[in-house]
Ligand binder design. Structure first.
Ligand code: SF4
Ligand code: SF4
Ligand code: ZN
Length: 263
């Protein structure tokens, strides 16, 4: 297997995976979505809520606010904690939200007991409070996985596609394929079409249909995938993919160990 990094920012990574099966690429995608732990609001006590939102809607909104930790490794899953799941600083943190209208309550108004924890975005609107309306909420943040609930899902857009192999034969330079390509993969160069960015090709084959000279061919490379992983801001793209790879490695190790016990 070969990995070629194409693009990396805090919340988005794009890379090429070469020499793997579709199942392996899909395993990276699925693990990024559901097996890498992040923080989220788990339980809340609503002491006052005279806003237009029902308590249940408030709970849903708070649960979906991405929460970051300075060092996620400091926290453990509740059912793996030494406290046995009773609740301690390693497996649960408290949050408070208190506001009185008129105002718009944003994610940035949430206060955390643990200074190493904060919201990923300060400007997510939660509710508009009218004159005299109040909201007082205390909650508990825990570490968990997307497989437990989508609110712990750090990956939002996680996908892959085969890399395209685009070959140009006897081109008469009509330029029709360039016009129909929705991804600007092709361009004219000295009376002949040239491929500029095969990684952007979505394999739609509009160019093939448009070419009367049957000069262009587009085929997927069976063992090479362009992977794109985008996070909700609760975890960096780098850490999310590293966590997904570790999860797959751990599972493979466990399977090997079990097979070893049977042999
Ligand atoms: S449509 Fe065919 S002939 Fe026309 S520029 Fe494209 S590859 Fe060349
Ligand atoms: S297959 Fe579609 S995206 Fe790819 S080069 Fe042809 S027209 Fe463009
Ligand atoms: Zn604990």
């Amino acid at each position: 297997m070969q990995v070629e990094l194409i693009e990396l920012s805090e919340k988005r990574i794009r890379f090429l995976l070469k020499g793997v099966t579709p199942a392996f690429a899909n395993a990276i995608r699925r693990a990024s979505l559901s097996e890498v732990p992040t923080l989220a609001v788990d339980e809340i006590n609503i002491y006052d809520n005279t806003s237009v939102l029902f308590d249940e809607q408030m709970a849903l909104r708070l649960g979906l606010i991405p929460i970051q930790a300075e060092d996620l490794d400091l926290y453990v899953l509740r059912d793996e904690c030494e406290c046995g799941g009773a609740g301690c600083p390693a497996c649960q943190m408290t949050m408070m939200l208190s506001a009185e209208g008129p105002c718009t309550v944003h994610s940035g108004d949430i206060r955390f007991e643990d200074p190493g924890v904060k919201v990923a975005y300060e400007n997510i609107p939660i509710v508009i409070l009218g004159e005299g309306e109040k909201l007082v909420v205390e909650g508990m943040i825990t570490l968990d996985k997307g497989s437990t609930h989508a609110k712990w899902q750090g990956g939002t857009r996680c996908g892959y596609k085969n890399l395209s192999e685009i070959t140009i034969g006897e081109c008469d330079g009509c330029g029709r394929c360039v016009e129909v390509c929705p991804r600007d993969v092709l361009e004219m160069d000295g009376g002949r079409v040239k491929v500029t960015d095969p990684m952007s090709c979505n394999l739609c084959k509009l160019c093939v249909k448009e070419c009367n000279a049957e000069a262009i061919e587009v085929v997927p490379i069976a063992d090479t995938f362009v992977m794109v992983i985008v996070t909700d801001g609760s975890i960096s793209a780098r850490d999310l993919v590293a966590g997904a790879a570790k999860d797959i490695g751990d599972r493979a190790g466990l399977l090997g160990q079990k097979l070893g016990e049977l042999a």
